[in-house]
Design a binder for this molecule. Structure first.
Ligand code: PHE
Length: 349
């Protein structure tokens, strides 16, 4: 862990071992140059604490880039709570309250919201001790509720931008879209895609989620290991990170990629690998800012929900046009182009 932190170009890492729950808590703050750090709290088992810390650091950087693209006055941060396998649900609330207290003690260095493994109900519990540094509590608790549908809206907009770029037509009608992960982002995305006349195929690993979409709603399903070979127009990764890599990219049979997952590329060369294969990649941190953008707008800028939707769709649509144009002009991958745009803002606020 010493070498991981030493090599990281971010600002701060907070480490806590929570003995009662046998859980590790890492809060990584990448940059506060543009504003206080804000990012989700990810809660899941990891193979070891080092992997959890590494995830927190990578995700915090992703948040900084995410805010930089639309020029939001927030810094990049992320929290990871690494719980044991088969974590006892009875220990959850206590752990979240102790975590909330830690967030509160940071006094505004880091604000948080939901992420993989946490939801608005968890934010309510964290806010018991962590307020006012906790976003996206349930409406009953005075928050704006789940950020997932707004992230999904941003992904939907990105898919349209990809269709426009690749097929000359933004409509998703009749397009075959492969959605990896039907959770809080992939779920609402599937619903919007179907409503807009797209042909959707999905994959997930959760039995209840599979039952809902495949058995109850009749959405075609593929097993998780088969997903990378499925022929489609758009591939939309909305689950874990690192899924675009030297093993999966050669197998892909899609024209474009736009999804809500964070850190989709596993290594530095993967953006180039996609470009060489002539697959249009909408960089994750450009595509998936919708949740954070809407929640921060609703809760700190008093946006209405209509305004939030409008901001998410127009911002992401425009940002992607810029990224695609710069990539073509400079003859670089879209990932590099997006990093250039974000990097300018991160250096000169
Ligand atoms: N999960 C969100 C993301 O990765 C994080 C977030 C949600 C941040 C809500 C702020 C508010 O972008």
């Amino acid at each position: 862990m010493e070498s991981l932190i030493g090599q990281w170009e971010g600002e701060t890492v907070i480490t806590r071992y929570d003995r009662p729950a046998n859980a590790w808590i890492f809060i990584a703050v990448y940059s506060t140059l543009l504003g206080p750090a804000a990012g989700g709290t990810r809660m899941k088992p990891y193979p070891d604490p080092r992997t959890a810390l590494q995830d927190a650091m990578l995700l915090a950087k992703g948040m900084a880039y995410k805010y930089a693209i639309p020029g939001m006055p927030w810094g990049g941060g992320k929290a990871v709570i690494a719980v044991p396998d088969a974590f006892d649900p009875a220990l959850r609330a206590g752990l979240l309250r102790r975590y909330g207290k830690l967030v509160h003690q940071l006094g505004g260095l880091f604000y948080t919201g939901p992420d993989m493994g946490t939801c608005s109900l968890d934010m309510n519990v964290i806010a018991e001790t962590g307020a006012p540094y906790v976003f996206a509590c349930t409406p009953e608790a005075g928050g704006c509720g789940s950020s997932g549908p707004f992230t999904a809206l941003g992904v939907f907009t990105a898919i349209q931008a990809c269709c426009k770029h690749v097929f000359g037509e933004a409509s998703v009608q009749g397009r075959k879209v492969l959605v990896q992960g039907a959770g809080s982002v992939g779920g609402p995305l599937i619903t919007s895609l179907l409503a807009a006349g797209a042909e959707v195929i999905f994959s997930d690993v959760d039995r209840d989620v599979i039952r809902h979409y495949r058995d109850e709603r009749g959405v075609p399903f593929v097993e998780k290991d088969e997903i990378y070979q499925v022929e489609c127009d758009i591939f939309s990764p909305c689950a874990g990170g690192g899924i675009l890599n030297r093993n999966t990219i050669p197998a892909l049979r899609c024209k474009a990629i736009a999804g809500g997952a964070n850190n989709q590329l596993q290594a530095a060369g993967d953006g180039e690998r996609l470009r060489v294969r002539d697959i249009l990649y909408a960089p994750d941190f450009v595509v998936n800012v919708g949740g954070a953008m809407a929640v921060l707008g609703l809760e700190t800028l008093k946006w209405s929900r209509d305004r939030a939707e409008e901001e998410v769709a127009t911002t992401i649509g425009r940002a992607l046009q810029r990224v695609f144009a710069l990539a073509e002009k400079k003859d670089v991958s879209t990932e590099v182009a997006a990093e250039v745009i974000a990097g300018e803002r991160l250096q000169a606020p």
